[in-house]
Design a binder for this molecule. Sequence first.
Ligand SMILES: [Zn+2]
Length: 132
Amino acid sequence: MTYKISKSDQEWREQLSSQEYAVLRQAGTERAWTGELLDEKRAGVYRCRACSAELFRSDTKFDSHCGWPSFYSPLAGDTVELIEDRSLGMARTEVRCAACGSHLGHVFDDAPQTPTGDRFCMNSVSLTFEES
Ligand SMILES: [Zn+2]
């Protein structure tokens, strides 16, 4: 996969904080209930913290009680990339930013209360919020 935005490992390390780097570039996960965007309820847009691509809108954010910001749909189908993830002995679907390949979180089909049934479970540290 070739991304529109491509940087060297060194460039990402210089741009991102160590926590951002660990999640976005090494597929880490922030601790549940600690993310700054968990309780964000204002109207606006969520962007990739690594490359600023628009990824989600506030109208698809819902309270999933899982400890991470959750959305039932990305802004558009091609704003995120879905990748099969069999790490940690689990079959999961990883969600990456389609513009720069940075790790955002995982998607699960366990949200029957939403229009899509999907729960895009995102790390706050992977996103920035812009009120609109
Ligand atoms: Zn990105």
